[in-house]
Design a protein. Structure first.
Length: 344
């Protein structure tokens, strides 16, 4: 773990490795103490040794105060401005950090120090994970006031405050995003399959369940780009366009559906199937109703269905499918067993 922590503070970890480090640090007070010590050691070793002049120290204090507006930390100017000076920052409920910084050639390293400040502050942020189990939907308001509606079986992981070059979140499942516009501070959505979604202010529906064979993104308004980390291919969408990614072949296609309700209707309580294959139907029923579906006869998996439901129970949905000769079924507790209509 020590090597991974060092990589974490060097900014050389993947999103999954970063999550591992954060979870490990929160497991015990001892782990958190090790984490903080490594962080403080990293901060000290990043700083030069040559003394700073009064003007350089003043310039650095001004830089800290610029970040004060973003990070909500209190910076006090020390009485001695030549040589070593100390900036004291208290962020959230994390331990008080004292940065002993000597500024040499400050004017040449302004940008580098600016990045270091963002890095230091980002380590003090608390992180939140909101998730919805099967059968439940939810709504999350992000720190920038963007809103994400979560469909069943979805999760989103984000910091208490967005810092750095973009508003970075991790996402899995299906969500309807209403992202606050900020062209200078885009949102970056990391997906578990290595894809990233970049938006500056837009509305879209993203479906990226980890165990699905495909991924889809329907742009409602604004603009959005998707980056494949493996191929570095960047795909841009226009409003009302829908991107489809086959995870097996990595093939990307873009369509313009005539009706977007089958994609976004879930947000208003509609369960809509439009020539939907049986495997996808059963998977969505599991998530929608929070049940387990068992298929006894694989022949039913070749069927498709076009139908619209709202507020119907699982038994009502399955009964309709039974009446049109698609399936036979039984329900016991939280398990629905599906068989062929003609197997009786």
């Amino acid at each position: 773990m020590e090597k991974l922590i060092i990589k974490y503070f060097a900014g050389e970890v993947t999103a999954e490795e970063a999550k591992r480090v954060r979870e490990w640090a929160l497991e015990s007070d001892e782990n958190m103490e090790i984490f903080v010590k490594e962080k403080n050691l990293r901060v000290v070793t990043m700083m030069p040794d040559i003394e700073a002049s009064d003007s350089e120290a003043d310039a650095f204090i001004n830089l800290l105060r610029e970040h004060d507006k973003k990070l909500q930390i209190n910076i006090t100017k020390p009485n001695y401005l030549r040589g070593w000076f100390i900036a004291v920052a208290s962020v959230a409920a994390v331990a008080l950090i004292i940065l002993s910084i000597s500024l040499s050639v400050f004017s040449n390293k302004n940008k580098n120090l600016n990045n270091q400040l963002v890095f230091i502050a980002s380590q003090q942020l608390s992180y939140h994970e909101n998730s919805t189990p099967y059968g439940v939907k939810g709504k999350v308001i992000l720190p920038d006031s963007s809103v994400v509606y979560l469909n069943s079986g979805s999760s989103i992981y984000y910091p208490s405050k967005f810092l750095g070059e973009n508003r970075e979140v991790e996402f899995s499942g299906e969500g309807y995003f209403e992202v606050k516009e900020n062209s200078a501070f885009p949102m970056k959505i990391l997906l578990k399959n290595g894809m990233s979604v970049y938006v500056k202010g837009t509305t879209f529906n993203l479906s990226s369940y980890e165990n699905d064979k495909s991924l889809s993104l329907l742009l409602i308004s604004g603009s959005v780009s998707m980056l494949d980390s493996k191929s570095n291919e960047l795909v841009k969408l226009l409003p009302k366009q829908k991107l489809l990614l086959d995870k097996t072949t990595s093939k990307i296609s873009i369509i313009r559906p005539e009706d977007i309700q089958p994609t976004v209707g879930w947000k208003k309580g509609w369960l809509i199937f439009d020539e939907t294959s049986m495997p996808d139907i059963l998977k969505r029923l599991e998530r929608w109703y929070g049940v387990n579906v068992v298929v006894k006869d694989s022949s039913v998996m070749t069927k498709t269905l076009t139908a619209k439901f709202r507020e119907e129970s699982l038994s009502q949905v399955l009964e309709l499918m039974h009446r049109i000769s698609l399936i036979d079924y039984t329900i016991k507790d939280s398990t629905a067993t599906i068989s062929s209509f003609f197997s009786r």
